[in-house]
Design a binder for this molecule. Structure first.
Ligand code: NOJ
Length: 588
């Protein structure tokens, strides 16, 4: 194998700590729980862990509202527990990257409490503070009466107005997310210095890198240009739900874009990423950065900004079709290869913000087969794969229709808006809120067929309900014992990937470009060539690859099949592929 960096060869696994494993028995996941499952993760065959936020937080956004960047949330354990987790992970060959939230802090962070206390405080400029808009024409008011208006019409992408008024300063602060998540003022060098201190704190402890939260939202248009959309966030969400015709859907898409266009992807962020990269480069061991963003320009010249960004466009479809995947790969890989130092791809299909793969790309009938194809796609496409906890056992979305049980603040807010502002029937509102809520894909990990899926003790209420399908085979223990389970396919495919250099470092060469039913491609390295066929249809196929220049006259030897086939030499001219089969073979 050529000398690739560890983050190019690794398969990442995202742990959402609150829902992963409860070691203390209080219904909330924690480090003790994670520690008890490290052997499981090592045995599964992943190489690196991305830990969603583990910092102290008032949990309005479940850890993405941080009140102390250099500590551990008490419900997850102590800093010593974290250190043990890190060293035990490293002992098992598992790298660890943390979630770093740069755009905003919690409104309970001491920095914000100080900043909001007065305009004269030394930290007064650490957040984005603006005066009230002066209305034109000035209304005629009685003595002592004042009109107060937010600085402009910007919306928070979570809960309505992006501005919240603070009487102590007689000013508004800006928040792209919830009002409990004030945006830091990254134009202030003191903010940068303080945050880089926090970054060094974790790097000194030995973490291997960071996933950078919401980096596209760090700067906003300094001219505060208003958005042109004739509705607010709740109305737009509702319009999105009700759009039926292609024209209506297109209009809503345009509104989504236009509503936030002055609040995201603004100048300044690349300089900041370069600066952060130099902080990481002070350290040995190839510490890495991955941005929660899809734009290739975050890789800079290929060496001076981030190491990876996610291929989010691949997720944006109702159905993963061969055609869609081929177009995505062509566009993505062409962009990456055009960088002065070629960029490295990174693929994912699910995380704590998106519906679960099993639910999202299923068709209601062949969900299990399609989930296996999705996994095989992640592990055979060119680039670093990111998997989300629970995907390996086919966990599904669990929609909470009782609004009092919702924990995602964004969904609670939307339910309230639907009922109280938009006069939607409460039953429909509850369903809509449950569907859009991220609770559905954050339910506790299902470890076995015991009450609460083995996540926490039977007599304890978990922080989110456990999906009852844990008792129908969607759990780790049952699937470990079943050779035909998704979990065992995961293990097997992860092992195949690890022992097949071309799947990690090889070039991607698409085959049979016009095929609608199956996605076939080669991965070709200096020493090896691999053929992958993913049949997304219910048809049995007989394929002929013999006229392809790369493989003409060669033989193929199967390395993996999801069907019951003997792994042997196969005929290039008449390769039989079963319905929904995953087929991987070496071409020699
Ligand atoms: C992206 C995170 O993935 C999401 O969970 C969070 O709510 C927002 N950023 C705000 O931090």
């Amino acid at each position: 194998m050529t000398t690739l960096k560890w983050w190019q060869t690794a398969v990442f696994y995202q742990i959402y700590p609150r829902s992963f494993a409860d070691g203390s028995g209080d219904g909330v996941g924690d480090f003790k729980g994670i520690l008890s499952r490290l052997d499981y993760l090592a045995d599964l065959g992943v190489d690196a862990l991305w830990l969603s936020p583990h910092f102290p937080s008032p949990n309005w956004d479940w850890g993405y509202d941080i009140s102390d960047y250099q500590n551990v949330a008490p419900e997850y354990g102590t800093l010593d527990d974290f250190k043990t987790f890190l060293s035990e992970s490293h002992k098992r060959g598992l790298r660890v990257i943390l979630d770093l939230v740069l755009n905003h802090t919690s409104d309970q962070h001491p920095w914000f409490l100080e900043s909001k206390s007065s305009r004269d405080h030394p930290k007064s400029d650490w957040y984005v503070w603006k005066d009230s808009l002066t209305p034109t024409p000035l209304p005629i008011l009685g003595e002592g009466q004042r009109v107060r208006l937010p600085p402009n019409n910007w919306q928070s992408c979570f809960d309505g107005d992006a501005w919240t008024y603070v009487p102590e300063r007689n000013q508004y602060y800006y928040h792209y997310f919830m009002k409990q998540q004030p945006d830091l003022n990254w134009r202030n060098p003191e903010v940068k210095a303080a945050m880089w201190d926090a970054v060094r704190f974790w790097l000194d402890l030995g973490v291997d890198g960071f996933r950078l939260d919401a980096i596209g939202t760090i700067f906003e248009d300094p001219n505060l240009t208003p958005h042109p959309v004739p509705m607010n966030l709740a109305e737009l969400r509702r319009a999105h739900e009700l759009a039926k015709t292609p024209a209506e859907k297109e209009q809503v898409e345009k509104y989504w874009h236009d509503m936030f266009m002055h609040q995201i992807e603004q100048p300044g962020v690349h300089e900041m990423m370069k600066e952060l990269r130099t902080v990481l480069d002070e350290y040995d061991g190839d510490r890495m950065l991955i941005g929660e963003n899809e734009y290739i320009d975050y890789l800079g010249d290929g060496e001076d900004e981030l190491n990876l960004v996610f291929n989010f466009p691949l997720m944006r479809t109702e159905r993963l079709t061969p055609d869609f995947i081929r177009r995505n790969q062509k566009e993505r890989l062409t962009q990456l290869e055009a960088l002065p130092v070629k960029g490295w791809a990174c693929n994912t299909l699910g995380n704590h913000d998106s519906p679960r793969v099993h639910s999202r790309y299923g068709d209601g009938i062949h969900d299990a087969e399609l989930a296996r194809l999705s996994l095989a796609l992640m592990l055979t496409l060119k680039g670093t794969p990111f998997l989300y906890n629970g995907e390996e056992i086919g966990m599904t979305d669990y929609i909470i229709t009782d609004p009092t049980k919702l924990r995602d603040t964004m969904a609670i807010w939307y339910y309230d808006q639907l009922v109280n502002e938009l006069e939607v029937d409460p039953t429909e509102a509850a369903l809509r809120a449950g569907q859009m809520s991220r609770d559905k894909n954050r339910t506790p990990m299902q470890w076995n067929n015991a009450p609460n899926g083995g996540f926490c003790p039977a007599d304890v209420e978990p922080w989110l309900p456990v999906n009852p399908n844990y008792s129908k085979g969607v759990n780790v223990e049952d699937q470990s014992a079943n050779p035909a389970s998704l979990l065992n396919d995961y293990k097997c495919l992860l092992r195949v990937r690890k022992s097949t250099p071309a799947l990690v470092e090889g070039e991607y060469i698409p085959l049979h470009d016009a095929s609608q039913d199956y996605f076939a491609f080669l991965r070709k390295s200096a020493s090896q060539m691999i053929l992958v066929v993913l049949n997304f249809s219910d048809k049995r196929l007989e394929l002929d690859f013999s006229d392809n220049q790369e493989i003409k006259g060669k033989t193929i030897h199967a390395l993996f099949s999801s069907d019951e086939r003997v792994l042997a030499n196969e005929n290039l001219r008449q390769l039989a592929i079963g319905a929904y089969e995953v087929f991987i073979a070496e071409v020699k």
